[in-house]
Design a protein around this ligand. Structure first.
Ligand code: SF4
Length: 426
């Protein structure tokens, strides 16, 4: 196993900063595009960009409240005003919050005035953190209205939405078809997390090196994914198995933090002496083993057999990354729909063991531009004497890439670029 070694997050700066620059530029362009849309479709767009002095947030609550007051004085459906980048300040639970909302739409309604906070993101789908951002700004406007002596807060209705690249725009602006989501449930979540003794406070008490965290699907959207994944590999930590924080806690409380310690709960059976598709799980574990205590645990018990075998697979892979052949079975899981390539009993199949041809397809999608950028495949067989074949369509194009110096350069992209994902066989 590799030696545990801690690296700070900023050591991975080079790995993800260039991409962030590209995304940041694309995000700003998209935001300006949305602003242009509003300028064409609504009565008034008020640009409040960069009116802060120095590093201090200088809230635009006065402008926001004046706009709402004006809408309250007008007949319903008489027009929309959009505030671009208003600065908002306030409190949510135990924390002071300040920032710039992307857009705030204000309009007169039958019962008073409507306010919708819009977050604009150059993505195909809206993400949770975008909704949280829009919901928080909505709450800050609510607070400003509630503390205003001149506005009847009951007459103002609030909503929040996220405009993405997939948002469909009508030829005429229609607030009823404009993006919105249930912002109150987001505020309830955020308020719970931001309590004085909430999750944010308890997490911030930890050092970065020992803060509890889980490597899950959410990490694919996070700029720190390289840092967290590398650290987990360096520590050979059980979180490599995608365990939740509570599952990790059960293991740690029982003295298990590494892949080795988890894999050691069971002895790997000898592939030559058993039929893994029918072998009972952990039938070869001694009765006084910690395995049975953990198996009885309600948090991790059900998944323990598979976790132990996954840990064994990772242990073998890490100890011999070049020649590792994935021949491990998960006992008692039965047969797969495909025939076994090298069955325990060769008479069960009509072909020679190890002769099955496997084809791994690799499809890479550019989410920013919504198009395929790479198609490739690897064809292989289990026989170690036969080399795998890579298939890739050489389709050469260029892409404009911003370097850290701010200059742009055209770089070639080939369809045969190697996929860097750890799990990808290409
Ligand atoms: S979301 Fe995942 S990658 Fe990002 S900091 Fe948390 S654990 Fe790390």
């Amino acid at each position: 196993m590799s030696k545990s070694e801690h690296h700070d997050g900023d050591e991975y700066d080079e790995a993800f900063t260039p991409l962030n620059l590209l995304l940041s530029e694309a995000g700003e362009q998209f935001e300006q595009g949305v602003k242009s849309r509003y300028e064409r479709q609504v009565d008034d767009v008020v640009d409040l960009t960069n009116d802060d002095e120095g590093d201090e947030f200088d809230p635009d609550h006065g402008t926001v409240l004046e706009t709402i007051t004006a809408a309250l004085a007008q007949p319903a459906e008489t027009g929309f005003t959009v505030l671009f980048q208003p600065t908002l300040k306030g409190e949510v639970a135990a924390y002071n919050i300040a920032g710039h909302a992307d857009f705030v739409i204000v309009w007169p309604t039958e019962s008073g005035a409507g306010v919708r906070v819009i977050d604009a993101k150059s993505t195909a789908e809206q993400k949770s953190y975008q909704q949280i951002q829009a919901a928080i700004y909505t709450r800050l406007i609510e607070q400003a209205v509630e503390t205003s002596a001149n506005i009847d807060s009951q007459a103002v209705t609030y909503s929040a939405g996220v405009v993405t690249r997939e948002t469909e725009w009508e030829s005429e602006f229609d607030i009823s078809n404009h993006p919105s989501f249930d912002y109150r449930s987001r505020i309830a979540d955020v308020t719970r997390m931001l309590q004085a003794d909430g999750e944010i406070a308890s997490t911030s008490e930890h050092d970065l090196s020992d803060a509890p965290h889980a490597i899950t699907d959410k990490c694919s959207q996070c700029p720190y994914t390289e840092s967290c994944t590398t650290e987990a590999f360096e520590q050979s930590h059980v979180r490599l198995l995608g365990l939740s924080e509570s599952e990790q806690k059960v293991l740690v409380e029982n003295g298990i933090t590494t892949i080795d310690e988890l894999a050691d709960l069971c002895t790997a059976p000898n592939d030559d002496e058993w039929d893994p598709t029918t072998q009972k799980r952990a039938g070869f574990v001694s009765k006084d083993s910690l395995y049975y205590d953990l198996k009885a645990d309600t948090t991790i018990g059900d998944s323990l057999p598979n976790l132990v075998y996954q840990a064994e697979a990772i242990r073998r892979q890490l100890s011999d990354p070049d020649d590792y052949q994935n021949g491990l079975w998960i006992p008692g899981t039965g047969k797969f729909q495909l025939p076994e390539d090298d069955p325990f009993d060769p008479t069960e199949v009509e072909f020679a063991p190890n002769s099955m041809i496997r084809v791994y397809l690799n499809v890479q999608h550019d989410h920013l531009r919504d198009r395929l950028v790479q198609l490739s495949a690897r064809v292989s067989v289990s026989d170690p004497d036969i080399d795998s074949i890579r298939i890739s369509k050489q389709r050469r194009t260029t892409s404009r890439v911003m370097s850290r110096s701010g200059l742009t350069q055209r770089l070639p992209i080939t369809a045969s670029s190697r996929c860097l994902r750890d799990s990808c066989p290409i």
